[in-house]
Ligand binder design. Structure first.
Ligand SMILES: [Zn+2]
Ligand SMILES: [Zn+2]
Length: 82
């Protein structure tokens, strides 16, 4: 299993079937997740926001960029006075 280089969390790399881009998905399922994964790809799942049953996915995950504490290091643009 892959791990985030910033925080070490276990992640799954899955492809967006529409854009073809890979995204890091939290390996751990989350009750607030809105992403369903299969062996190669992921899909944003509208039914997964906690109040609607989803027939397609047994569990849902979160995009790791949304949960990684260090995600903002990748786009750091702070300019202070010192
Ligand atoms: Zn779902
Ligand atoms: Zn991370």
């Amino acid at each position: 299993m892959a791990a985030c280089k910033s925080c070490g969390a276990a992640i799954l790399w899955r492809r967006n079937p529409k854009t073809g881009r890979m995204a890091p998905i939290d390996a751990a399922a989350s009750p607030r997740g809105n992403i369903g994964v299969d062996t190669e790809s992921y899909a944003l799942c509208n039914a997964a926001m906690g109040h609607v049953e989803c027939a397609e996915h047994r569990e849902h995950h979160t995009n790791h960029f949304a949960t990684c504490k260090f995600a903002n290091l990748h786009h750091r643009s702070r300019r202070g006075n010192g």
